[in-house]
Design a protein around this ligand. Structure first.
Ligand SMILES: [Zn+2]
Length: 271
């Protein structure tokens, strides 16, 4: 969510050594017999099993206590991964799932809410840094849902494509919040608006993606993610291919604004 700090910011020798725990997947039955079918599972339908790890820099921090009080780390991560797979990948036409090999959830005090970064040596290893001070500030009634929502947003970043680094940051953030929204984890304060630009990111772009999905059909956002796997992002042409017609994204944003206005005036539009 917030920009990742420079990697060397993490190498402060004054910081205590973090506790690192490898987390087993739940429901993994090591005694189960091997599957009888030898048919290979399509790459976009198999369930990846990245190594999940937890680092807690300060177990005495109130935010760390709240996290552990409301969530089992394995469950919060596996549920988030399941949402990402269901919404972006679980379809025969979906792109192959990125080969992320590990996700480490780091609970620590930092600026902002959370961010995701890759290890310098191997981009297939991801770290999600979640601010314990932010967790401690969440109203108690929404803390469980908010943590699940933020983790889901960040797990999208571990498994989404980005046009080989060329996609607008607002589109990347919008897809992450689109998944959070479709997973039923949108906070109550999220509101649809067409003010500003379509690529301001987060829930503003996420709601726009919901509208585009309704307009252009189920799987539209999956298709956007697929195109970001195979192509570099160039505004001219990108949305034409996603929508199947000649159109500029700003034009769609304006149409979305008109539609929203009609909704707010209670004209009973649908789509
Ligand atoms: Zn983000």
């Amino acid at each position: 969510m917030t920009p990742a700090p420079a990697p060397d910011q993490e190498a402060d020798p004054r910081e205590p050594t973090p506790i690192t725990t490898a987390l087993p997947f739940l429901n993994q039955d090591n005694n189960a017999p091997p599957p009888t079918s030898t048919a290979p599972t399509p790459p976009n339908l198999h369930t990846p099993k990245p190594l999940l790890r937890l680092e807690c820099r300060d177990l005495s921090h109130p935010g760390a206590s709240l996290f552990l009080q409301h969530h089992h780390p394995t469950i919060v991560l596996t549920q988030a991964l399941s949402s990402v797979l269901d919404i972006l990948y679980r379809h025969p036409d979906s792109p192959p799932i990125p080969p992320t090999r590990s996700v480490t959830l780091v609970l620590r005090a930092l600026d902002g809410v959370a961010y995701t970064t890759s290890l310098d040596l191997d981009a297939d290893h991801k770290e999600i840094h979640l601010n314990t001070s932010y967790i401690a500030s969440i109203p108690s009634l929404s803390v469980k849902n908010e943590i699940q929502g933020v983790v889901t947003h960040e797990v999208v970043h571990c498994f989404q494509y980005n046009g080989h680094g060329t996609a607008p940051g607002g589109l990347i953030e919008g897809i992450a919040d689109y998944v959070r929204l479709k997973a039923g984890l949108a906070p109550a304060h999220w509101k649809r608006t067409a003010e500003g630009t379509w690529d301001q990111g987060y829930e503003r772009t996420a709601w726009f993606l919901v509208w585009l999905e309704e307009r252009y059909g189920r799987g539209f956002v999956r298709g956007v993610n697929e195109r970001l796997r195979t192509c570099r992002y160039e505004e001219v042409g990108f949305w034409e291919k996603c929508c199947g017609r000649t159109v500029r994204i700003e034009e769609l944003w304006r149409e979305y604004g008109v539609w929203l206005g009609k909704c707010e005036r209670g004209w009973g539009v649908s789509g």
